[in-house]
Structures are given as C-alpha cells and as structure tokens.
Write a protein that binds this ligand. Structure first.
Ligand SMILES: Nc1nc2c(ncn2[C@@H]2O[C@H](COP(=O)(O)OP(=O)(O)OP(=O)(O)O)[C@@H](O)[C@H]2O)c(=O)[nH]1
Length: 378
C-alpha cells in the first residue's frame, strides 16, 4: 500500500522533494545508518502495523490528541491547520507506520510536514510532542500485546524508538530550512541596505563621484600598495591629477548657482567618460576634482589628463538657449618613494596653479617627479 498523502499538505505548494531540504540519497543512507535503521526494521514496522496501528490508528490518535490538547500551542493547530486535517494526517501516518522509511518520499513528506508547521507558526515542540505521544502509545499497546513474549517485544520497541528518532530528526530538519531561508532573506536585505548606505556615505550627492574622505582613504590605500614590497626604487608608479574648473565663479555669477551645479555634474560626467575603468575620480571640494591613476607612469598620466582636459573643452554644456563653454586646469604629480598623500596632493595642486598662471585650460606636470615608471627617491 502506498503511503497516503498528508491532507493538510494538499492545498499547499509543498513538494515532497527532500533534495530541497538538503537530503540526497547519500544523506538518507547516512541518516539511517546513524540511527541504526536497517532492512530488518522494515519487517518489524510491518509487524507493528499488523498488530496495532493498522486497525487501531484512529483510536490511538484520539487518545493522543486528548494529551496533546493540553499544550497551549494546540489552539494554533486548530486555527491554522484544522483538527480534522491534523488528525487525518496523523491517522494515515500510523496506518502506514514505518512503511518505506528508507525512501526519499518518506523523508520528503515528513520534512514538508514540518515546513507546513513552520508556515502555520506552530512551535516545533508541539510536533516533537506528537512524535513522543505516538511512541508512548505504541510502546504501551505493544507491551500489553506481547507481555508474555519479551523476545518479540524487545525488537519491536527498539524499532519504535528508532523510527521515532527518525521522525523527530526529520521534523527538526524540516523546521530549520524555512528558518534558514528567512535568515538568508533577512541577511540579503541587510547586505543590500548596508551597501546602499555605504554607497550613500561614500558618494558625493551632486556629482555622483567619490566624496573627499573616501577619495583620501582610497589614495592612502593605493599609496601603500605602490610602496609595498619595494626597496625604495621598484614600487609601482602612481599618479594623481588635480583638476580645477576655470573661471567657475564667472559661470555662477552669469547663470546662477543652480546652473553652476549643472556644470559641476556635467564636468563629472566628462571626467568619467575620459578616464579608464580603473581610475578613481573624486570631488576634492567645491569645483576641484582629483583622479587617482594606479600603476600609471607619468607620461601615460599626462596623456590621460590631456584627454580629460580636451573632453571637457570639446563638450560645452547646452542648457536651454545657452551653450556654456567649460575648461579645466590640471596638475599631475607622480608618487615619489616614501611620499605620503598630503605631499603628493600638494605637488599636484602646485602644478595645477602653474597651469592656471600659464593661461588655464592646460595640463602641467609637477616638476620634481623624476623618471616615470619607478617611484623616484625623495
Ligand atoms: N554652483 C556651485 N558653485 C560652487 C560650488 N562649490 C564652490 N562653488 C563656487 O566655485 C567658485 C570658485 O571660484 P574661484 O575659487 O574664485 O575660482 P574660479 O572662478 O573658478 O577661477 P579660477 O579657479 O582662478 O579659474 C566660487 O564662486 C564658489 O562659490 C558648488 O557646489 N556649486
């Protein structure tokens, strides 16, 4: 006889797929082996069905239910599952007691029942109590039936205890999966929120570029990498470009502060379009930006800075009837051996002011940078 399906699972989307609960055939075998359940127990279970549960299942469930009803959680079964459904399922399980206990179907159904209990918000203890009452009733019945035949009674009781262990174990596992799923969902949500807040905290609201603090942290980090493992001569080249908009005050004065903000946003976009994917751009403050170029010798940094300058110059901002020409002045400096970020930024800033003094809209290199390709000594 095939094990009938538990009634209160019929209207759910629950499958009896025990693989979904992490039970493949190897784990089923392992579980049975740990619990000491073997082929002989199939025969013993069949005897138990014949002697007791086959004909007395209904009466057994009825007496167990009286005991179970004393538990406060029982009201939840009444409300969320329905007593008839619950007792029907229990009766069916008793009628098929231990049948096919070594099959994925047996495992899947018990795991799914526990999951249905979780969904119905019924405490795990109640399901465990149900198993324990079943065991007790079975042992009582068998003890009465085989009072004079302890040789038969012993293995039957052993079989009941082992099958109860299996059922209790499966109900605990079935309870954990939805709980782990919930935890996983909560964790994913938390991770998303954290990454959102991290993004918010590290991004300049107006331009979408890195904020000053994040930019400086990144610079510190990459300077460490550039210095690390070298003997003062063989570190990886790192360059920074300090960028300042030309006559930005005039733009503000002419078109207003709001348009000035649009210009800053527009320039940020141009900078991003002109650099390489791995270059880092941040807003240094007001109308100043910084590009960090890792693993980049000075000649290459100059080429990139020139591309950035041209990109901004060639793309005026079109806003309503206005076409606002924008230019930038850029100072580029390459990290020297042992140099910290403050000194590096200062040299790039100085070069940028030289670009301003030389007529603006140009790129100037910090003079004392030394040979490109290696970190020059101080
Ligand atoms: N719209 C807008 N303006 C800003 C912002 N931050 C700074 N500014 C303005 O940027 C202008 C910078 O002006 P200055 O430092 O005189 O420099 P400049 O006019 O660009 O001239 P040079 O740098 O010498 O070419 C000031 O008017 C600031 O008010 C901002 O977030 N939005």
């Amino acid at each position: 006889m095939n094990a009938p399906r538990a009634p209160y699972l019929m209207n759910t989307d629950t499958t009896f797929d025990c693989a979904a609960f992490g039970f493949d055939s190897a784990r089923i075998r392992e579980t049975l082996s740990i619990l000491g359940l073997q082929a002989e127990h199939a025969k013993l279970a069949e005897r138990i069905r014949r002697e007791t549960t086959g004909g007395e299942a209904k009466a057994m469930v009825h007496s167990c239910c009286i005991a179970l009803a004393r538990d406060r959680g029982f009201a939840l079964i009444e409300r969320n599952i329905g007593i008839e459904c619950f007792t029907q399922t229990w009766t069916l399980h008793l009628q098929c007691y231990g049948q096919d206990f070594d099959t994925p179907k047996y495992f899947g159904e018990r795991l799914a029942i526990a999951a249905a209990f979780v969904r119905a918000k019924i405490p795990q203890g109640l399901l465990q109590l149900q198993h324990s009452l079943t065991q007790q009733t079975l042992i009582n019945n068998l003890s009465v039936k085989f009072a004079d035949d302890t040789a038969t009674l012993g293995p039957l009781i052993d079989c009941v205890v082992k099958l109860t262990s299996l059922n209790v174990y499966l109900s605990a596992e079935g309870y954990h999966l939805p709980q782990i799923d919930e935890l996983r969902k909560a964790l994913t949500k938390l991770r998303k929120e954290t990454s959102h807040w991290h993004q918010e905290a590290s991004t300049d609201q107006l331009t979408g570029l890195m904020r000053y603090n994040t930019l400086m942290e990144a610079l510190d980090h990459h300077i460490d990498i550039a210095h690390r493992g070298h003997d003062g001569r063989s570190g990886k080249p790192l360059c920074v470009a300090m960028i300042d908009l030309d006559f930005f005050k005039k733009i503000n004065d002419t078109y207003g502060h709001v348009v000035g903000d649009f210009v800053l946003k527009h320039v940020a976009g141009r900078l991003q379009a002109a650099v390489r994917d791995f270059d880092m751009i941040g807003r240094f403050g007001g109308e100043e930006f910084v590009i960090i170029m890792t693993n980049t010798p000075l000649e290459l940094a100059e080429v990139i800075a020139e591309r950035v300058r041209k990109g901004v110059m060639d793309t005026p901002l079109h806003l309503k009837e206005f076409s606002i020409p924008i230019t930038i002045s850029v100072g580029v400096a390459m990290l020297r051996s042992g140099e910290r970020k403050e000194a590096l930024i200062e040299r790039a800033d100085k070069a940028m002011y030289e670009a301003k003094n030389a007529g603006r809209n140009r790129v100037m290199l910090a003079k004392d940078t030394g040979d490109s390709g290696t970190l020059p000594e101080l």
